[in-house]
Design a protein around this ligand. Structure first.
Ligand code: ZN
Length: 326
């Protein structure tokens, strides 16, 4: 009854043409940790409450960490991470060059000195973004850009696939967002920054298997009407959608059209403006939404997430039969 257990990992592996590993030591640890106890361990993904922006923390069972975006304010994400006792970040990703995604990245680079800085070379830039790049250089971080081929990153035993990057869209920076598929066993989560229609269409055409069938979808562009569409929902077919946004934001996110579409496809929605940081855990076979306290270990987390969402009047129990394409 839980999510979509044990999805087809082989598809992701087979398509990860541009194999790229964080480092040899990480790989070595990956294999040495393949014990029974590690197999029972959890990946933990937290959609941090940073206001109107994105910041997502991924922690592998082995303690490796990746941070995707750093929210809009200078110290917001850093303070959240410190509050969680985070002492190291192995990799950071700037999904695209808008400040609601990189605004808090500079102090994170200075504090944690992550080994890898993943960002596009999009020509859209600002003074503050250029300053961020200077910090990448001065701190000696390794900058990595996505390419036209998918790349696989082993974050401990969590596999992160960097989706192939479409040609630069010089008119719309949102459409230069980096896409990531986070996979741990049969659990998966799709993160695509603020991607709009053009970029999502490109992924649908060029790598449908990499975006299809994900347990959880972070809504692109904070739940904007241009961040989600019917074809996207049909292919991704998530059990749960998550939106990162600020309460009372001036953009009207999430847009009513997005909420209506999720209802139509019977996908429940959790929002950071309503719930604060949203924590998701998975052992690779099942996944769970963790409420603030205590840790919720539920027989059917999907139902509980839905029930919780239903309280807000935003969604109802999904029925896969009407929304699946395959
Ligand atoms: Zn944004």
């Amino acid at each position: 009854m839980i999510g979509k257990p044990l999805r087809r990992l082989a598809v992701v592996a087979a398509l990860a043409v541009g194999l790229w590993s964080i480092s040899a030591p990480v790989q070595a640890q990956l294999f040495s940790d393949r014990s029974r106890s590690a197999a029972r361990s959890m990946v933990r993904i937290e959609v941090l409450d940073v206001g109107q922006g994105d910041s997502i923390l991924i922690r592998s069972p082995e303690g490796k960490t990746a941070l995707v975006d750093a929210g809009p304010t200078r110290d917001g994400a850093l303070n959240v991470l410190k509050g969680k006792g985070i002492t190291s970040i192995d990799m950071v990703v700037v999904s695209h060059h808008h400040s609601d995604h990189y605004g808090g990245m500079e102090p994170i680079l200075r504090t944690f000195k992550p080994k890898y800085f993943v960002a596009t070379g999009s020509s859209h830039t600002t003074k503050s973004y250029l300053k961020l790049l200077e910090v990448v250089t001065s701190e000696g971080l390794t900058a990595v850009q996505p390419s036209s081929k998918p790349r696989k990153v082993e974050l401990g035993s969590v596999e992160i696939t960097i989706l192939p990057q479409p040609p630069e869209n010089v008119k719309e920076e949102n459409d230069n967002s980096i896409g990531l598929r986070v996979q741990y066993g049969g659990f998966s989560m799709l993160l695509t920054g603020d991607s709009e229609d053009d970029e999502r269409r490109w992924w649908l055409a060029h790598c449908p298997d990499l975006v299809g069938d994900c347990s959880i979808l972070k809504l692109a562009h904070h739940g904007s009407r241009n961040g989600t569409d019917a074809r996207w929902l049909e292919l991704v077919a998530p059990d749960l959608a998550v939106a990162s946004l600020g309460s009372g934001n001036s953009f009207g996110h999430p847009h009513s059209e997005t909420i209506a579409l999720l209802r139509q496809y019977r996908v429940p929605l959790l929002r950071t403006d309503e719930r604060g940081t949203i924590t998701l855990v998975s052992n690779g076979a099942t996944w769970n939404y963790v409420t603030s306290t205590p840790l919720a270990r539920r027989r059917s987390p999907r139902d509980d997430a839905v029930a919780a969402t239903r309280d807000d009047g935003t969604s109802r129990r999904p029925s896969r039969s009407s929304s699946r394409t395959r």
